[in-house]
Structure formats: C-alpha cells, structure tokens
Design a protein. Structure first.
Length: 121
C-alpha cells in the first residue's frame, strides 16, 4: 500500500514543481520587463500601416463554417489513420463502426455542399 501512495506523491511533486516554475517565470517577467506605456506604443499596429477608422469589421460566417468543417475532417484523419493501421486485427464490427463514422461525416459534407458553404465565390 505505501507504493500506491508514493506514486501520488510523485505526481503531486511534479504538479507543485510546475506551479512554482510558472510562478517564478511570471514574477521574473514582471520584474525584468520594461514598462513604459507611451501613446505610440498603445496604438493598433498591423503591417506597417497606421490605423484608419474603427477597429471593428464585419466578416462572413462562411469562413467560420469552413474552418469548422476543416476541424471536423482533421479529426476524421486522426481517427482514421490509426484505425487503418490495425485494421486486420479489429474484425468486422470495427469495419461497420468505421463505415457508420464515415457515413456521418459524409452526410455533414453533403449538407455543407448543398448549403453552398464549400464554394468560395
């Protein structure tokens, strides 16, 4: 039983060391970094051009949906490649489950296609 609790001690020591390291880093950054806020430093700066007008701009929801679709199919790749690696040892139940998974993703892609999300123009 003492070995059981000693493994928790190691985890607690690593968490404490990490917390101390973060605290020391933030404290050192606060003490060492120069802090002289000037009006020129506080202005918005992008691409070497002085800001003109307001900082707010409206963007289309299509870009967010396209990014969301990318994340969905990226996650598909994360699940599909390891599954393909051990395909032979999984059996037919895993093949059916992966077919259902791919069908759900294909339905999502078909829905996005029919709504016109994947067209840029």
């Amino acid at each position: 039983m003492p070995d059981y609790y000693s493994s928790y001690g190691v985890v607690l020591a690593v968490v404490a060391a990490g917390a101390i390291l973060v605290a020391v880093a933030f404290t050192a950054a606060k003490l060492i970094a120069p802090h002289r806020p000037l009006p020129a430093k506080l202005t918005t700066y992008e691409c070497g051009i002085d800001p003109v007008g307001e900082g707010w701009s409206q963007s289309q929801i299509r870009y967010y949906v396209f990014g969301f679709l990318f994340v969905i199919f990226d996650v598909e790749a994360v699940f599909l490649f390891p599954w393909a690696r051990v395909f032979e040892s999984l059996g037919w139940a895993a093949v059916v489950e992966m077919g259902i998974f791919i069908a759900i993703l294909a339905t999502g892609l078909l829905y996005a296609w029919r709504k016109g999300v994947v067209r840029w123009a």
